[in-house]
Design a protein around this ligand. Sequence first.
Ligand code: HPA
Ligand code: ZN
Length: 326
Amino acid sequence: SELHKIIQGIPKAELHLHIEGSFEPELMFKIAERNTIALAYDSIESLKKAYQFNNLQEFLDIYYAGAQVLIHEEDFFDLTWAYLTKVHSQNVVHVEVFFDPQTHTDRGIAFEVVFKGIHKALEKAKKELNISYKLIMSYLRHLSEEAAFKTLEASLPFKHLIDGVGLDSSEMGNPPSKFINVFKASAEHGYNLVAHAGEEGPVEYIWEALDVLKVIRIDHGNRCLDDEALVQRLVEEKIALTLCPTSNVALKVIQKMEEHPVAKMLKKGIIATIHSDDPAYFGGYMNENYFETAKALNLNKEQLMQLAINAFEASWLNTNTKQQRI
Ligand code: HPA
Ligand code: ZN
């Protein structure tokens, strides 16, 4: 259709993508077999049937289970390369990729193994697919700040190759302020700072991410429209939101796509951007996210272009000088 052509034609940047969330069932079964690990499901079809979520936690339980079959550097390479070739076909030219070190180090996989597999695929994509990239390690917020500090320590041999830190996993009950010290230490090591906030959690978590953690970008931030002062702050300080529409529907953050706040956010002057979050689990990569949102909210070509431009503006492409607000 005309809309598909428009979306395909726009060069795009993806700023909110968990690499473990791009693990397609076909590849998961292949790697499980290679590593002689039994999955809890006997077929790709029965695995896919389990992808029905009522909230973030129901998704996270399945997402962490899927990641258990990743053992060797090659596994992390294959996972990342599959994602990059897929988004290359969708005219994505820049990616800022999250990985969750603790999901792997807690199973005895070395940080180095995880990092090297992901990094090699990103370098290959840079050379062969002309995709530029940044890499962001996320601390799991359901774990302690002490555990996040151990992850920060483990990352230091590679810190020249890692651009930032994020905060993900179970939001409710795990406010940003729990991680004040490790975010401060991460900034001192030169990492850019982002955090998931206001996906399921309240606007207070968005304020905390800004004021306590001092992040330069908010992942999700759906709930910001509840608070006009917060909206003003985001606009004035040009703090972008990395929104994930199909994720929001899949995790019942909204009941249907027509309720998605992105059009209202654009009207208010917020630097709103669109991404896929965990495409293998939520049924949509970048183009599908643009398409579903455009269809449900009647976005025109100018609005779609604005979303894409916003993502480049919010990216870390132009930051030889680090952007952190310390
Ligand atoms: N929210 C929080 N943690 C996550 C997500 C998300 O959308 N995806 C992967 N980890
Ligand atoms: Zn996310």
